[in-house]
Design a protein around this ligand. Structure first.
Ligand code: SER
Length: 589
């Protein structure tokens, strides 16, 4: 079964069972407490917690998606059979309950088995199940254990695990979570380690692959680590799309399936080497170029902060591994084109943004190529003398653009250590010095206009809506005459983009929206999607200003009461503020 069929089959199956197919959300989550979307449930988190009414927005409690995800924690695992940075997750949800409809453990388990056995024709005898064995706060999930047995899964193939494996979530430090039950697929002895205790979650081999995680979400974990029961129970499931595709296509990993075939063939062609002989290097390059293409398609560009840093890291890592295979400069471009060819029908934005994607990759590659050889030489001479100090690692970062992770990897290959703490200190000192030169806060003796302040919030939201969620406030300065807003974005805005932004702000002004002020915990504000200027340190209780449902920001104020007081909004200038940061000046007429 090819991968497109699998995607379609899953969504159609759950649609037939009364679920609504929802589109994948962005890789950049609305909740800024985490960098990326790492699970299908993130776009539904406020419905799962009961803070928002799912019926009002979706007209059903049952949802299904194929979600784009990115996990930066897994970068060092790339090369094995089962991890990827970018991946897709298939999922189904039953959110909250009422008299008419809701399903929980039993139905979730039955659906999963029906899909795997009847639709995918997988052999049930290869399924191993894991359940939560309980901890001091939550008891063992005996109910699931019983249901699996009722569904003819023998007890010997049901295994108990603790919090790490079978208590899922929360995504960040706090939030919704619950015990989970996972379906692992036994790929057979040839993938095994032959230890007597080998089984699901084996630490020594990848014979057993987790393909589907059924989470029974019913708790909220607070910052003291306490689990409070949610007001409602939910089902949240996630099936590993790549892993399942590999099993269905009888391949050891996704790299041998139709999801990566064209990319791997292209690397073989350019390098004149065989995948089988250089598996790990091929896999790292293929994974990282795919991840990079998707991140850039979301409007992220390589930088030294947050998502941009992760993108830079994987692009540069792909280039470094390209060197090992002797790939010529510019090799990432044909690979990126293959990624677009594979995914363009499912994610048409890759095609419409093709030109931007290729230019950004090319620019980053050129930038890094210039210093890579010299940097590697310099690193090797440091390594020859001993461990790498914090200052040395910082110099490699400053002079050659080596992400610290790359220096660590090079050092590790020669059994040397890197003083990471020292590096962090040197970096922080450097950032503080450059920030002091850049940032000018409100007040400071000057007079400023609350109207322009409210307009700044509207502009911030409009920029994110039109240019994408990668836009973040980097600075702001308001006088009586004009606002000035600095934000992360790597290129000049097009005239039509400026016009769209102005129009959107003016539309919100005309709608005469109420500007609401509320006090809440910082944590709650961030979870609700409130924008924050992350360079500041916030107190526990913060003030949040919201403008209709268009803007939501942590801010000390002051603001005007209604948007109609603003008049007409006009952008008078755009310029570059520093690398990767644009500056807009605007006025109210
Ligand atoms: N949230 C769970 C996971 O990511 C199930 O979707 O595995």
């Amino acid at each position: 079964m090819n991968s497109s069929e699998l995607r379609q089959k899953f969504l159609k199956f759950f649609e037939k069972k009364g679920h609504k197919i929802a589109p994948s959300s962005s890789l950049l989550p609305f909740d800024q407490s985490v960098l990326f979307t790492t699970a299908g449930m993130q776009q539904f988190s406020l419905y799962l917690s009961g803070e928002k009414d799912v019926i009002k927005d979706f007209e059903t409690r049952y949802l299904t998606t194929c979600q784009k995800c990115f996990r930066s924690d897994d970068i060092n695992e790339i090369g094995d059979d089962t991890h990827n940075t970018f991946f897709e997750m298939l999922g189904n949800w039953s959110i909250g309950q009422d008299k008419k409809g809701h399903y929980f453990k039993k139905q979730a388990i039955k659906y999963a088995l029906e899909f795997l056995i009847d639709e995918l024709c997988l052999d049930k005898n290869r399924f191993y199940i894991t359940i939560f064995k309980g901890n001091k706060d939550i008891s063992k999930d005996e109910e699931s254990e019983k249901i699996w047995q009722e569904q003819d899964i023998p007890k010997k193939r049901i295994r108990e695990f603790g919090e790490k494996d079978n208590l899922w979530g929360p995504v960040g430090e706090t939030g919704i979570c619950g015990p989970c039950s996972e379906i692992h697929y036994d790929r057979g002895g040839k993938f095994g380690c032959n230890r007597a205790d080998c089984g699901p979650n084996c630490n020594h081999c990848q014979r057993f692959v987790e393909i589907w995680n059924l989470v029974f979400m019913e708790y909220d974990k607070d910052k003291n680590g306490k689990y409070k029961p949610l007001s409602q129970k939910n089902v949240d499931t996630g099936m590993g799309f790549e892993r399942t595709a590999a099993i269905l296509q009888g391949k050891p990993s996704a790299y041998e399936t139709d999801l990566f075939g064209l990319i791997i063939q292209e690397i073989e062609k350019i390098s004149n080497k065989k995948y089988e002989a250089e598996k790990k290097n091929f896999r790292i390059i293929a994974d990282h170029i795919r991840g990079s293409v998707f991140l850039i398609s979301e409007g992220i560009f390589p930088s030294n902060i947050e998502q941009g840093y992760i993108l830079r890291r994987i692009l540069r890592r792909a280039i470094r591994f390209g060197k090992i295979l002797n790939l010529p400069p510019g090799f990432l471009i044909p690979l990126a084109q293959k990624v677009i060819a594979i995914y363009k029908d499912v994610y048409p934005e890759l095609l419409s943004k093709q030109a931007d994607i290729l230019t950004i990759i090319q620019k980053e590659e050129e930038k890094f190529e210039k210093t890579l050889e010299k940097g590697i030489k310099e690193t090797n001479s440091m390594i020859a003398k001993g461990d790498i100090s914090g200052k040395q690692a910082f110099d490699l970062y400053q002079s050659y653009g080596f992400p610290i992770e790359m220096t660590k990897e090079l050092a590790k290959e020669h059994a040397r250590k890197v003083d990471e703490k020292g590096f962090e200190q040197a970096l922080k000192k450097h950032q503080e010095i450059s920030r002091a030169g850049r940032e000018k806060k409100f007040g400071g003796g000057g007079q400023f206009s609350p109207k322009l302040h409210t307009a700044t919030h509207l502009l911030h939201s409009a920029l994110r809506k039109i240019l994408g969620n990668q836009v973040k406030q980097m600075g702001s300065d308001i006088t009586l005459e004009r606002l000035r807003f600095d934000f992360s974005f790597d290129r000049k805005l097009l005239p039509e983009e400026i016009k769209k932004i102005e129009d959107l702000v003016n539309q919100k002004i005309k709608q005469d929206l109420e500007v609401k002020k509320e006090e809440m915990s910082y944590e709650k504000a961030i979870k609700s999607g409130a924008l924050a200027f992350f360079k500041e340190k916030y107190p526990e209780i913060v003030t949040v200003y919201s403008i209709g449902d268009f803007s939501n920001e942590i801010c000390a104020g002051p603001h005007i009461k209604r948007t109609s007081e603003l008049g007409q909004f006009k952008i008078i200038k755009q310029e570059s503020s520093s690398a990767g940061i644009r500056r807009i000046k605007a006025i109210l007429l």
